[in-house]
Design a protein around this ligand. Structure first.
Ligand SMILES: [Mg+2]
Length: 270
């Protein structure tokens, strides 16, 4: 089944946590069995690959570097995050609009360097919420006023939290986004997984129509949903968050084309 599914695939997108790696309590990534071989085998076949994680706390280059240090060979240009898709999305849809960014300094600097002007006063034409540790209520009020004037409310991820060593870590970005959404009545637009913006970013980075790629991930509601949105071939790995999920209970748009226990199973068909 997997063989037939992947036979004509021309590029690959992988999730990181729960798919290529498991994260230890120290935050370091531990490669899953076969993960390194899978990436190398794809490269040897001459096909492009991308790795998409929903983190937005550091730049994609810093993330790729950390993965390489942990033994997972991911190149800078293969690493995708919601910040990358936000940059592409804002530049295409809202060129030259000053953005009010709830994000770490490195991310703000990255977006400015990519040609997105930073809003200084009340002139924000876009609001973007990434991973943050602190937020100022006055900035949230400025954001709400900008949104009332027509600025879109973009967020990297609107998940309530992410897995920590001792259970869920609530997302402060989601808290800020929800607060702004509440007072403005505007629905946040996600630019990370799963979203149209993310689909477009993956296709652009791989240089392929997303119908010709395979998306491999452990989260049905994120990775598989992203793949399905772009018409990609989808493979759910049981090594992470959806390990015990009942596929029959998933909404149709979250259902994968194939299910495997771990990425090592891909080695037989690549
Ligand atoms: Mg994952």
């Amino acid at each position: 089944m997997l063989d037939g599914l992947l036979r004509d695939v021309r590029g690959f997108m992988f999730d990181v946590d729960g798919t290529l790696a498991h994260r230890g309590p120290d935050g370091r990534a531990h490669p899953q069995p076969g993960a390194v071989d899978v990436l190398e085998k794809i490269r040897a076949s001459g096909r492009p690959l991308a790795v998409f994680t929903n983190g937005s706390h550091v730049t994609s280059e810093a993330m790729a570097k950390a993965l390489r240090e942990d033994g997972i060979p991911v190149q800078d240009e293969e690493m995708l995050t919601p910040v990358e898709s936000a940059i592409t999305y804002i530049r295409r849809r809202y060129p030259d609009r000053p953005a009010l960014m709830f994000a770490h300094d490195v991310i703000r600097a990255r977006m400015v360097a990519a040609g997105i002007p930073q809003a200084e006063g009340e002139e924000a034409g876009v609001v973007f919420v990434a991973h943050i540790d602190e937020a100022d209520l006055k900035d949230m009020e400025r954001a709400a006023r900008a949104i009332t004037r027509g600025a879109p409310l973009l967020t990297g991820s609107y998940a309530r939290g992410y897995a920590g060593a001792n259970g869920i870590i609530f997302s402060r970005g989601a808290m800020v986004t929800a607060g702004i959404a509440k007072v403005t009545g505007v629905r946040p637009r996600i630019v990370g997984k799963p979203s149209r913006a993310a689909v477009e970013e993956v296709g652009k980075r791989l240089g392929l129509p997303t119908e010709h790629i395979a998306v491999i991930g452990d989260d049905a509601g994120m990775d598989i949903a992203l793949g399905r949105m772009g018409g990609s071939k989808t493979v759910l790995v049981r090594s992470g968050i959806s390990g015990t999920i009942d596929l029959d209970k998933l909404p149709e748009r979250h259902r994968p084309d194939a299910v495997i226990d771990g990425v090592a199973e891909l080695l037989e068909v690549l």
